[in-house]
Design a protein around this ligand. Sequence first.
Ligand SMILES: NC(=O)c1ccc[n+]([C@@H]2O[C@H](COP(=O)([O-])OP(=O)(O)OC[C@H]3O[C@@H](n4cnc5c(N)ncnc54)[C@H](O)[C@@H]3O)[C@@H](O)[C@H]2O)c1
Length: 340
Amino acid sequence: MTLRVDLPQGGYDIVIERGVLAEAGKQLDLKRRCLVVTDDGVPAEYAATVAAACETATVVTLPCGEASKSLANFELLCRAMLEAELSRSDCVVAVGGGVVGDLAGFAAACYMRGIDFYNIPTTLLSQVDSSVGGKTAVDFCGVKNIIGAFHQPKKVLIDPNVLSTLHPRHVAAGLAEALKMGMTSDRTLYELFRQGKAREQIDKVIELALRIKISVVEQDEREGGLRRILNFGHTLGHGIEALQGEDGYYHGECVALGMIPMCGDGIRAELVEILDSLGLPTRLNVDLEEALAFADHDKKCEKGGVLVIRVDTVGEYIIEKLPLPLWKQMIRERMQEGKE
Ligand SMILES: NC(=O)c1ccc[n+]([C@@H]2O[C@H](COP(=O)([O-])OP(=O)(O)OC[C@H]3O[C@@H](n4cnc5c(N)ncnc54)[C@H](O)[C@@H]3O)[C@@H](O)[C@H]2O)c1
């Protein structure tokens, strides 16, 4: 199946197909110099398959983990491109999760003021969310995604078969991001979760989540308004994430926790049940006040308050600006509820 992202400066295709990784040579224009970026947690054969299809490939394998989304690794990739003599008509291919995609995409956005970028996401989170939409970034001074650029991929290849090697905890974290999209925008997607069918119908989950992501990106490429709904659960989620070390909750797990207090009274208990059934956390493992304090520096906290996404009815969202103290109080009360 091919989904199309239509954008004013030219859109791109997302191919969702089991086995498509092996077709990279047919699907992508690799008859040029290619920088293939992956990490050492991704089975090496995935990047090797892509590299074998390139005319000239330079494969860079970074250490896995969020710490790799750094300016130092951005520099490393730029250096690799320079040494391999990539020109403006060459390309970067990411083969990995959101970390590899965000970093490689940012390097592609900057090298020679922007060269072609292909994304082959290999985690569920990156397949349903981060590989589409053109947000690229690195973390800096402990702040996530603070240096980055919008740079849309030329094409995205999604092969659900690669999820067979992904750790179940990472699968669950990706499901949290898909559930997030169902909560704000699609009752049908949410129903797959409510009926406990999300794992067995993973291809459908990927497709439905991407349809939402595409529609949001098409309407709001640069996150001026609507695209903020993708941040449902993220303000508190980022706070929780910022307090964790490498062994803490994953991004998707933090988003799962962050969604709980942003749901209306009528659906919160059901959400917690779904999260539980997916093996996602429903209890904080950090101090709530510290996580809330982090929101003071969040990009979504503009003058006069914090921009929050709330869901009172599944499939519908409310975007509103709340004074920071009010938002914090709401979170305290609703997170407290779960403990009783
Ligand atoms: N750009 C965006 O729009 C956007 C949206 C959401 C999240 N993100 C970013 O995405 C990142 C998180 O991405 P992630 O959850 O994919 O994490 P990740 O990239 O760190 O991947 C998770 C782990 O899975 C391993 N892995 C990847 N594919 C595998 C496979 N098929 N089999 C076995 N292991 C595999 C990786 O080596 C890594 O250890 C965060 O940095 C977040 O900020 C970006």
